[in-house]
Every structure is written in structure tokens, then in C-alpha cells.
Design a binder for this molecule. Sequence first.
Ligand code: SD4
Length: 290
Amino acid sequence: NREQPIVIATWNVENATSKAWEVLKSGGSSLDAVEQGVMIEEADVKNQSVGKGGRPDRDGNVTLDACIMDSEGNCGAVLCIENIVHPISVARKVMEDTPHVMLAGKGAEQFAYEKGFKKENLLTEKSKQEWLEWKKTAQYKPIVNIENHDTIGMLAIDNNGNISGACTTSGMAYKIAGRVGDSPIIGAGLFVDNEVGGATATGVGEEVVRTVGSFLIVELMRQGKSPQEACEEGVRRIIKKNKNKLNFQIGFIAINKKGETGGYCIQPGFSYRTYSEAGHVNNIPESYIK
Ligand code: SD4
């Protein structure tokens, strides 16, 4: 009952999982599948939490975070990069073409241009108008499940049984300039171990970083927990540290080597997509708060 190939992703990102599935079905690698899958959301200006059209920081600049990890344990990330539509592809170049894992800010942007990426304005009129409206009160307040469509984390297993993952975001809306969340941090926003499985996160990144959430979930699976049990324990660790202020969202998804999947979150409203021969499904996981 091995589910392979299979792709899973945070939120109801039908176009992104369809794209990844197309790559997997045609015999492509899980690395190509997750890259091309999340690129759909990066380019979609209607998704205001990822890539082009993302909400800016409090100064009005759109800054993006992304990371990618392959089945060999190689990884690459870009942090706080501006003017580039596909940070996931820059992260892949960091992984494949440099001796480094992370490039940040101006250096990451400079590297992208050297690799042939085009400079593009990422702030859409819609995101700009909303930011101008926000500036009237300028209260930083993360909103739970913004539009039910958010940071995308994606995990895939290809025909050869190899697991890869990708995670990409514009981060928390109206953050302080320079702020980086969990999404580009290997182990926090994303982790893959080809012997065990993979995990990825969405929500208030500071809380995921504090518990090294995705690494924790993969390690729990290594110890024998199912993806579902591991995601629940990952969320419980965060809850323990935040007993009196559970007003934020965290969602984890995970997959193991057998292609079994799981997901769990703090607040209702989170969902994740799975696409395999068994079908293309939007799953609504249990939440800690009902
Ligand atoms: C971050 N985890 O930057 C991201 C934001 C996010 O849904 O997931 N939004 O903290």
C-alpha cells in the first residue's frame, strides 16, 4: 500500500499540486516537482502571502524567503530577497551552484541576477493599497488563516521513492524590515530525510523556529510515530510554550517513506492537499482549538 508518487502541500493549492503531480507522473524527480509546484503560487498575484503580489513589510517592501531540500540532504535557501518572482529557484541555485546553504538580502538578489533572474516589482497595486490602509493604524497583528491561502510548503515522493521538499513565502504581512521567519530555515519551516520522511510548516514562523518544528516532526517519525501523530506532537510543543496566548495559527504537514501523510494545526481553517493515484484531495485536519 505504498503511495508513490505523491505530492502534498499546505493549504488548498490545487494548481500547485496539479503541476507537481504532472512532473511526477511524467517520471520527473521529486525535486523538480516541488520546485515547479510552488512556482505556481510564487507567480500567482492573487496569493498575497507568496512571491509576486505578496504583502510587504511595514515599509512597503516585499521581501521573500524560500528553501528547498533534496533526497540527498542537500539544501539551499534565500532570506529576505527582493525583486525576484521565484525565490525557490534561486534557493535551488544556491544549493546546486554554490558551496553555501543560505544567501540573504542584497547578496541573494545579486546572486540571482548573476544567474539570469530578472528584476521585477513584486508589489501589486492591491497589496500596496492594503498596506497604505494598514499604515493608518500600523498595528502589527498576524491574521489567522489569511484568505485560507498562505505560505506554501510542499513535499513529494517520486517514482524512485526519493523525497524532496520546498517552502516559499513573503512572510508575515507588515513585519519589521529584515525580519525572517521559519520558512527558509532548514529544520524549522522544512525538513526532509530520505530515510524517514519530510515535514513543513505554515503560520507564525517565530513559534516554529523556537521548536525547530519540521526537524522535530521528522525525528518523531524516525522514532516510530505516524506522520499524523508526529504533527500533533509538533503542535503540542508549541502550545506548551504559549499556554495563555493561543491566538495564532500554526499548521504542520508531514509524509513518511511509505507515502502516509498527516496534518495538524492550532486553529480551525487550515487544510492541505494530497495528490496521488488515490486522487486529488483537499484534507481538513483536526485542530487543537475546535
Ligand atoms: C513566516 N511561516 O514567515 C511564515 C508565514 C506563513 O502563512 O506561514 N504564513 O513566519
